[in-house]
Design a protein around this ligand. Structure first.
Ligand SMILES: Nc1nc2c(ncn2[C@@H]2O[C@H](COP(=O)(O)OP(=O)(O)O)[C@@H](O)[C@H]2O)c(=O)[nH]1
Ligand SMILES: [Mg+2]
Length: 263
């Protein structure tokens, strides 16, 4: 069945205009079962960044997250929501959110989790860096970056995953899997989003690689990533398997093209 989104929220003309020199900014926030976190994180974001708007992309969460998002849109003109009909993965949710944001004319389109891991109070670090970049990543693995409350297995998975990405794809990004980001609208227009097939968390790596391949500039700024205290992670074996499969395939394709280019 097609996962057709349904929109709710005030008309954009009623929305507060962004005061940011880069133009209108929207943070796309995918949610699946984040009822205990959503209002808390959205309120923090609205307080930390007056002018920035929020698009919640909810995949019909059974715990009522979508209803909470509706209440937030009714209460705040800067909050919008896109309801999808089934859980389709993080990447699919972002693609739907980006399509909406591009159509609505936003100049800066961001990503952040709804579980509190990405702190709205640190978003200014990313905004400040976007003046000299086409994509800014809030990074755990550059000097000054950190992770709070991760078990060693999870840290190993993230560090190991990033090392694998760097080795196979040959890209010099320390935290290619991170999901606290800002894209210029022009970046998303250049990287052929219609060709993206990644549905899960590998979407993040996919988009960094596409940005670099397009000759655009990626900057990493340090952030403190705080592991969620409420609700459960949606990371799964299936999500990890898609990452491994796609990154390996991209790496092999690149090497093959290199070899053919040498002949
Ligand atoms: N709409 C949507 N959101 C998702 C999906 N999977 C994860 N998310 C959201 O993506 C963000 C990151 O997921 P999380 O479970 O915290 O991953 P972790 O931080 O890697 O453990 C959270 O806001 C989740 O609610 C999905 O399939 N659809
Ligand atoms: Mg999380």
């Amino acid at each position: 069945m097609k996962n057709s989104p349904e929109m709710r929220g005030p008309a954009l003309s009623e929305s507060a205009a962004s005061a940011h020199p880069l133009g209108r900014v929207v943070m796309v926030m995918p949610t699946f079962n984040e009822a205990d976190n959503l209002a808390w994180i959205v309120d923090r974001l609205l307080a930390a960044q007056p002018g920035v708007e929020v698009l919640v992309v909810d995949d019909s969460s059974p715990d009522g997250t979508g209803r909470i998002a509706d209440e937030l849109t009714d209460a705040h003109p800067r909050v919008h929501v896109l309801h999808r009909t089934a859980k389709g993965g993080l990447g699919a949710a972002y693609l739907a959110g980006f399509a909406w944001a591009l159509q609505e004319g936003f100049d800066v389109i961001g990503e952040m989790d709804a579980d509190g891991s990405h702190q709205p109070e640190q978003l200014h670090r990313l905004l400040d860096a976007l003046g000299e970049a086409d994509l800014v990543i809030g990074s755990r693995w550059v000097p000054g970056g950190s992770v709070v409350n991760w078990p060693w297995q999870r840290e190993l998975l993230s560090r190991g995953g990033n090392l694998y990405v760097r080795l196979l794809l040959g890209i010099d990004v320390r935290d290619a899997t991170a999901g606290f980001r800002l894209y210029r609208r022009t970046t998303l227009e250049k990287i052929r989003l219609d060709e993206v097939r990644s549905t899960g968390y590998v979407f993040q790596t996919d988009l960094v690689a596409r940005t670099l391949h397009a000759g655009l500039t990626v900057r990493e700024v340090p952030i403190e990533f705080v592991e969620r205290v409420r609700g459960a992670s949606k990371m799964s074996g299936q999500v990890a398997a898609e990452s491994l499969r796609r990154i390996t395939a991209w790496g092999l394709r690149d090497r093959w093209q290199q070899l053919r280019g040498r002949r």
